[in-house]
Ligand binder design. Structure first.
Ligand code: UDP
Ligand code: MG
Length: 206
């Protein structure tokens, strides 16, 4: 008989990756809302991975301050602005979670929806991507151009990329590991996620 006590199962970790470029106006509110969201996750640990993409305002200083106050907050800082997709990629690389959520710093996508993403992940889905059923605050023009963008994208691409999705999504660790192993230099993250396969599902929200 093994005399050692049963190890207590490790709590799962959720990483929330937030790319940030010149977000000093909103970052305080974003951090407040994300921390409040973390507090509602009773059975998961969370890390908030902010990637400061070479901001030229106070974004990085503010983030460093928040990280000092809250051990769940980590900051990756770029030496210059590299662009959204590279910032997201660095965040995915830095993330240590069993699942990784991507969300923009302006919180156009509500963090509360992540609860439903987690539920889907626990049902066995590897990718849960948000699809907006409504885009409040966006003009008919932006809506039409976004639609046209996806129509063209899907005509050019062999891999169907779902309509009305941004980067807002949850990915399981196996998907994250495949993304990390992909050598693509010019990365379009949501296209790559669509390409890798696994079990993927949409989560519509307003
Ligand atoms: N962002 C970034 N690097 C950039 C531009 C944007 O990391 O060079 C971040 C930005 O702070 C935000 C996200 O990427 O969190 C999406 O940017 P934005 O809101 O400008 O894009 P849109 O909503 O128009 O797609
Ligand atoms: Mg935005």
């Amino acid at each position: 008989m093994d005399p050692r006590p049963e190890p207590t199962p490790r709590r799962q970790l959720l990483s929330v990756v937030v790319p940030c470029f010149n977000e000093e106006e909103v970052i305080g509110e974003t951090v407040r809302r994300l921390r409040a969201f973390c507090d509602t996750l009773v059975d998961l640990d969370v890390e908030l991975v902010f990637v400061d993409d070479g901001s030229r305002d106070r974004t990085r200083a503010l983030l460093r301050g928040y990280a000092e106050e809250d051990g769940r907050i980590r900051v990756v800082g770029f030496a210059r602005n590299f662009g959204h997709q590279i910032a997201v990629t660095a965040g995915i690389d830095a993330a240590r979670g069993d699942a990784v959520v991507l969300i923009d710093a302006d919180l156009q996508d509500p963090p509360e929806v992540v609860h439903e993403m987690i539920a889907k992940w626990r049902e066995g889905w590897d990718v849960v991507y948000g699809t907006r059923t409504e885009r409040p605050g966006e003009s008919a023009f932006k809506l039409a151009t976004a639609r046209a963008f996806y129509r063209v994208l899907n005509r050019l691409s062999d891999v169907p990329i779902p309509l009305d999705t941004g980067d807002f999504r949850l990915m399981s660790r196996p998907v994250v590991d495949v993304l990390r192993a992909m050598p693509e230099r010019d990365r379009f993250v949501r296209g790559m996620v669509a390409w890798v396969g696994f079990r993927q599902t949409a989560l519509p929200y307003r």
